[in-house]
Design a protein around this ligand. Structure first.
Ligand SMILES: Cc1cc2nc3c(=O)[nH]c(=O)nc-3n(C[C@H](O)[C@H](O)[C@H](O)COP(=O)(O)OP(=O)(O)OC[C@H]3O[C@@H](n4cnc5c(N)ncnc54)[C@H](O)[C@@H]3O)c2cc1C
Ligand code: FES
Length: 281
């Protein structure tokens, strides 16, 4: 059992949990994820390890309540325990001194980009960060991103904070001012990552994206998370989740992500006929 040490609301329906997990905290690296199961009937939810504290023996997750599984997770409180945590899964981010790195987080993608930006900063890179959201109320971890960035751009779709526009608006400004960029790393909604990859393609700037396909076992056995990268089939859980954004088949990824939308709706609205309690099947 894994105890929730801290629960904090970052923005509407977006929670940060610090979870007691000393053995996982010891091994976790930026870019990796965990699979969580709240209770015996719970779904297996893949979530990025947003941070880790090796001394305290805790890992952090930041998640958005979008369906049945994440809503049940969001109902837990400090002191409650989570049944299973499998981690660390996936390959860690390749962090080394390369020069100038642009770290882009969209929506809750800011949470997983934060430890990567911090790692890149500690490795001696110039870190230019861009964080974007629909509006200012949905921006998260701004202070944390400031602390690990040489320069921070904020974009909002409605202009309520920072530059009005998308993260690619700020990225284009950085490119246009003649900045030499050695790598771009983008984490966020698939459409955002695709736009970032398209923005950097003409300039041949290396672009890494972190994919979030539907996952089941997280160990490369079920094939649920398969994605086409450079014409080859890859399993995001073991070959990724980070891949070269210029080689990813984003359209295939988007259509696979929506394969179970109907079933997810039924699951979300399911009320047990015996207990009249809304519960996961
Ligand atoms: C490697 C990885 C890391 C992830 N990291 C995070 C994270 O740090 N924070 C976070 O909030 N979410 C993250 N996700 C997405 C998260 O796993 C899903 O939001 C969650 O599984 C939804 O479960 P649910 O039962 O609440 O919703 P469901 O009822 O299963 O789905 C509700 C809605 O969410 C969409 N959805 C379901 N699964 C995914 C998915 N894998 N990616 C995108 N949309 C999905 C569905 O299409 C549907 O519209 C990650 C996914 C992967 C694969
Ligand atoms: S989640 Fe099963 S192979 Fe990746």
């Amino acid at each position: 059992m894994f105890k929730i040490l801290k629960k904090e609301l970052l923005s509407p329906k977006v929670w940060l949990y610090d979870i007691e997990a000393p053995r996982i905290a010891k091994k976790a690296e930026p870019g990796q994820f965990l699979i969580i199961r709240t209770d015996e009937k719970g779904e297996r939810l893949p979530l990025t390890i947003a941070d880790f504290d090796r001394e305290k023996g805790s890992v952090s997750i930041v998640f958005q309540e979008v369906g049945a599984g994440t809503s049940i997770l969001g109902q837990l409180n400090e002191g409650d325990c989570i049944l299973d945590l499998v981690a660390p899964l996936g390959k860690k981010t390749h962090i080394e001194k390369m020069g100038t790195v642009v770290c882009i987080g969209g929506g809750i993608g800011v949470a997983p980009i934060y430890p990567i930006a911090r790692g890149m900063h500690q490795a001696g890179n110039k870190v230019i960060s861009i964080m974007g959201a629909k509006n200012k109320d949905l921006l998260i971890l701004e202070k944390e991103m400031h602390s690990v960035s040489d320069e921070l751009f904020i974009t909002t779709d409605d202009g309520s904070c920072g530059i009005k526009g998308f993260v690619t608006t700020a990225l284009q400004q950085i490119i246009d001012r003649g900045e030499t960029i050695d790598e771009v790393i983008a984490i966020g909604p698939v459409v955002m990552m695709r736009s970032v990859a398209e923005a950097t393609r003409p300039y041949k700037i290396k672009t890494v994206v972190s994919l979030n396909p539907i996952m089941v076992d997280g160990t490369g056995m079920c094939g649920g998370c398969r994605v086409q990268v450079g014409g080859e089939v890859k399993f995001a859980c073991v070959d990724g989740p980070e891949f070269d954004g210029h080689l990813v088949d984003f359209n295939g990824l988007m259509s696979r992500q929506h394969m179970y939308t109907d079933k997810e709706k039924i699951e979300s609205n399911h009320v047990c006929r015996l207990t009249k309690i809304k519960e996961v099947l």
